[in-house]
Design a protein around this ligand. Structure first.
Ligand code: ADP
Ligand code: MG
Length: 229
């Protein structure tokens, strides 16, 4: 009976995922089909022709991003772990996000502790986690603001801690229970896959993610990862 229960639970989870992905794919597909139909019409001005092609192209880019996010979520590649300095990874990521931060009127501050934290991790996956969290922080502050990234060491647990704090809209107690679920989103154009991917990656690294609502306002994510030496 227990086995049956497990199978049933698995199927319903897959069913939910399938429903979610179908929903996400249907809208862009409908829009692409509509514009292709228009593009086939004869009396189309050159200007509209180009405009519609661009819309179709943008929808296809969104779809392709959706598919890669979904694959990552459904079948996360096994981490290829190597020795890395966590400081280097944070510096690289912040640099990568700088132009987007400027565009969003956000200042990123960093507080990197000494000495270098040497971790046995998949650097691409950990960067992806940081990018997702920083991206969410930007989106929580539509008029701009500040994101603080801080590294520290938890000596007793021998863990490296990364905190990412924003001063945005915050997460309500009710939402808190759902934010790691695939397809949970409160955003008009959100996919709701970012945090579920982060969760999986950190779990595969033997770490954990916690969310706190700091005094004042905003949100603080804390990632802990085992230190290798
Ligand atoms: P998405 O960003 O596509 O909505 P995520 O999985 O990244 O999907 O996030 C899920 C939800 O968690 C968001 O829609 C939002 O409600 C909430 N959330 C995540 N990060 C933050 C944050 N920094 N501030 C406020 N809410 C957040
Ligand atoms: Mg997100």
């Amino acid at each position: 009976l227990e086995n049956q229960m497990l199978t049933y639970e698995k199927f319903s989870a897959i069913g939910k995922l399938a429903a979610g992905i179908a929903h996400e794919i249907r809208n862009p597909l409908t829009s692409i089909m509509g514009f292709i139909k228009l593009l086939r019409g004869r009396s189309l001005s050159q200007e509209n022709h180009i405009r519609y092609l661009e819309i179709v192209y943008a929808e296809l880019i969104d779809l392709s991003k959706l598919v890669s996010d979904f694959v990552l979520m459904a079948k996360p590649s096994y981490p290829e772990k190597r020795e890395h300095s966590l400081q280097d990874i944070v510096i690289d990521t912040v640099q990568f996000m700088t132009s987007q931060a400027n565009f969003n009127n956000v200042i990123i501050t960093t507080d990197l502790c000494e000495p270098d934290l040497s971790l046995y991790i998949d650097s691409i996956q950990i960067k992806q986690v940081l990018i997702n969290l920083i991206q969410n922080a930007f989106e929580a502050m539509p008029r701009g603001g500040q994101v603080d990234i801080r590294l520290s060491i938890h000596k007793e647990l021998n863990m490296a801690m990364i905190t990412i704090r924003d001063y945005g809209v915050g997460i309500s107690e009710e939402q808190m229970n759902h934010v790691f679920n695939p397809f949970f989103t409160t955003k008009e154009n959100g996919l709701g896959l970012g945090l579920s991917i982060c969760y999986r990656i950190i779990e595969n690294h033997g770490g954990s993610i916690q969310i706190k609502t700091p005094v004042g306002r905003g949100t603080q994510f804390t990632i802990s990862l085992p230190i290798s030496k």
